[in-house]
Design a binder for this molecule. Structure first.
Ligand code: PEP
Length: 248
């Protein structure tokens, strides 16, 4: 039985002092031991959020990291910096990073390998544009993102990973994919993992849905057999996130 993982993606919101206030507000609301609760926060918020979350069930994640250990990469954050600061999860290949910061399946793959090397759990994002959905190539596109993203990742590593299926047309738009659409693609991703690895790996890996998830849509989405939680943007900055975490 896979444990649900519900992660907030704060994006470029919350100054360090606002971040601490938000953690203090959400801490009592997200206390659900049945779920892995993760707050993925901007780099500058990591240290104060890790401190503010101490003694709670909140695990802290980063929104990105670089694929080298150290060196002349001005402005980047290394995996060792994240682990030393108390980070457990890292979002990789979010569509906003692919669109605005030229991330590719290949760079996502390098980051995946580096994350595992450092004991970080990647939340690897994938998802189609509206145009791709209308052209009927959704699953082909996502299979490619998953296959390249997981190249040279071992089955043992893959079992611990999280994949977030996020249709780009549903991110920040208020348009949630229907439960059927979300389940269909998450099932397809699991089948792709079974093909690349084996059934045991496919059964173990956790697959989230993301895209305008809110307190109303979460219960039905998270009840689907192949949806193991969610990656939540806008609603993770509000007390509503407590309702999403306690979706049952
Ligand atoms: C996201 O940022 O990953 C996301 C799903 O955002 P939203 O919930 O705001 O659509």
């Amino acid at each position: 039985m896979r444990k649900k993982v519900i992660a907030g993606n704060w994006k470029m919101n919350m100054t360090p002092s606002e971040a601490v206030e938000l953690v203090d507000t959400l801490k009592p609301l997200v206390d659900n031991p049945e779920v892995d609760v993760v707050f993925c926060v901007p780099a500058i918020d990591i240290i104060p959020v890790v401190e503010a979350a101490k003694g709670s069930n909140i695990q802290v994640g980063a929104e990105n990291m670089y694929f080298e250990d150290k060196g002349a990469y001005t402005g980047e954050i290394s995996p060792a910096m994240l682990t030393d600061a108390g980070i457990k999860y890292v979002v990789l290949g979010h569509s906003e990073r692919r669109e605005y910061f030229a991330e590719t399946d290949e760079t996502v793959n390098k980051k995946m390998l580096k994350a595992f090397e450092h004991g970080l759990t990647p939340i690897m994002c994938c998802g189609e544009t509206l145009e791709q959905r209308e052209q009927g190539v959704t699953m082909d596109f996502i299979r490619q993102q998953v296959k390249i993203g997981f190249q040279n990742v071992t089955a043992e590593q893959a079992k611990t990973a999280v994949i977030a299926y996020e249709p780009i047309w549903a991110i920040g738009t208020g348009k949630t994919a229907t439960t059927e659409q979300a389940q269909e693609v998450c099932k397809g991703i699991r089948a792709c993992i079974a093909e690349v690895y084996d059934e045991a790996t496919a059964e173990a890996i956790r697959i989230q849905y993301g895209g305008s998830v809110n307190a109303e849509t979460a219960p039905e989405l998270f009840a689907q057999p192949d949806i193991d939680g969610g990656l939540v943007g806008g609603a993770s900055l509000k007390p509503d996130f407590g309702k999403i975490v306690n979706y049952k």
